[in-house]
Design a protein. Structure first.
Length: 446
């Protein structure tokens, strides 16, 4: 019996890992490859940064997350969305490399579909895992997402974006078919939506589906009923978030904790390109080294989330402090660039600093996402997917704003000033996490 339980758990974790893996593939293409390609093509840092706004649909996740909660089942959502994403990727593979504008439009649509997929998968993760399983589930989420991004970077640099999108379309189609026939049975998802409808709504639904109505009338009434439910979802969901103890601090923390870190990680590779380092070294060798350390950090962070006897807030504070070491050294790099280039140590030093920052970033991210999942499970009204999506959207807002306008800041005041601003942004996280220790009892292993 225990063996079967463990086998089922491993199978569930594997499926969740794969779903987050395919979700991270377009992210890796847009985050790692596209900025480098645009920079060497002559685009200004301001334009490169603003093109990150193709992720804008992710900021609106909270607006349409009640649709995912209220309408249909997660496996059906995934089947439809992955099929549409396969069609979009196939269109992208036909776009020539010189048509950046068409690619941006297609990527914006892909991000819209991927954000819907993310809501469904997050809901499955939160509702199907117990508190003791959240650590492992969180590892599957973060590492799957990161390895998906790494896979994208390697494939694009080696094969070009046309073949990359062909492969992506086939991956989407395969998992779309798989989710249609196997997902619900493996993850033990019942054929119902995440949020239970009220008794009154069920009575209305029963009336609408009575035998006295024709099939056409029944279909129309069913659609209207879904809109009726949806009208009240926003108020219910947002109230459930802010009525959850510790949620206000959690929103402040997840918006701010990656501001300086993400600006450094997005701009520093472009800084290296402007200094004359090769695209292959930056986009391939440094990228792989970074991702290895990031995955190690995520694994260790997930292990801490499962095994640590201390509160997760207290553990997070420790590693936020340690993160200041690579941040400080990166801030000082522009002042020692000439010496490092003279002794041919710049490539090694840059790799080590980026790897160190990714290591602590992975640890902190695992801890933060575990606390987000725990907070979502405390949500009133059982709007788990929507609650978690609001928190994840807040985290994305912090990242997207800074990486979108970091290039503009560099064009305005230079790399050195941006690095200093990033240093203080990371430093600001310390008092915020310290303040969160008053909620420590909310974020402990149970």
């Amino acid at each position: 019996m225990n063996f079967k339980y463990r086998y089922d758990a491993v199978e569930s974790y594997t499926i969740l890992f794969c779903l987050y893996f395919i979700q991270g593939i377009p992210y890796g293409f847009q985050k790692d490859y596209l900025p480098i390609y645009l920079r060497i093509s002559g685009y200004s840092l301001t334009k490169v940064g603003l093109l990150r706004l193709v992720w804008f649909p992710w900021l609106l996740k909270s607006l349409w997350s009640p649709w995912i909660d209220k309408i249909s089942t997660p496996n059906r959502w995934l089947t439809v969305l992955l099929t549409l994403m396969a069609c979009n990727a196939w269109i992208c593979h036909m776009i020539p490399s010189t048509s950046v504008q068409l690619l941006i439009i297609s990527l914006t649509l892909l991000n819209f579909l991927t954000s819907l997929q993310d809501i469904a998968v997050d809901g499955i993760t939160v509702t199907s895992l117990s508190y003791t399983q959240l650590g492992v589930g969180n590892i599957a989420q973060i590492i799957g997402y990161k390895l998906g991004g790494l896979f994208a970077s390697v494939i694009v640099i080696r094969l070009g974006w046309n073949i990359f999108f062909e492969i992506l379309a086939m991956i989407y189609l395969f998992f779309g078919i798989y989710s249609c026939f196997r997902l619900d049975s493996i993850l033990h998802i019942k054929s119902k939506t995440f949020a239970d409808c009220s008794y009154e709504a069920e009575q209305i639904h029963d009336n609408l589906t009575s035998r006295m109505r024709s099939k056409i009338d029944n279909l129309i009434d069913d659609i209207l009923q879904k809109f009726y439910l949806f009208k009240y979802s926003y108020k219910e969901v947002f109230l459930s978030v802010f009525q959850t103890e510790g949620a206000t601090w959690m929103l402040l923390f997840i918006i701010s904790y990656k501001l300086g870190e993400q600006a450094l990680l997005s701009i520093f590779p472009l800084y290296l390109i402007d200094l004359g380092l090769s695209t292959k070294f930056i986009g391939f060798e440094i990228r792989i080294a970074q991702e290895i350390f990031s995955v190690i950090g995520s694994l260790y962070g997930g292990w801490l989330a499962m095994r640590s006897n201390r509160s997760l807030v207290e553990v997070t504070l420790k590693y936020v402090c340690l993160r200041m070491l690579p941040v400080t050294l990166i801030t000082l790099v522009p002042y020692g660039t000439k010496a490092l280039l003279r002794f041919k140590l710049f490539g090694i030093a840059s790799t080590l600093l980026m790897c160190g920052l990714q290591l602590f970033s992975g640890i902190i991210t695992s801890l933060a996402f575990t606390m987000m999942m725990q907070n979502a499970k405390k949500s009133h009204g059982q709007f788990y997917a929507s609650h978690y999506s609001i928190l994840a959207t807040a985290e994305l807002i912090g990242k997207l704003l800074i990486i979108s306008f970091a290039g503009f800041i560099v064009d305005l005041v230079g790399y050195q000033i941006l690095f200093i601003l990033c240093f203080f942004a990371c430093l600001l996280t310390l008092p915020i996490v310290s303040f969160g220790q008053s909620y420590s009892c909310e974020y402990v292993n149970e």
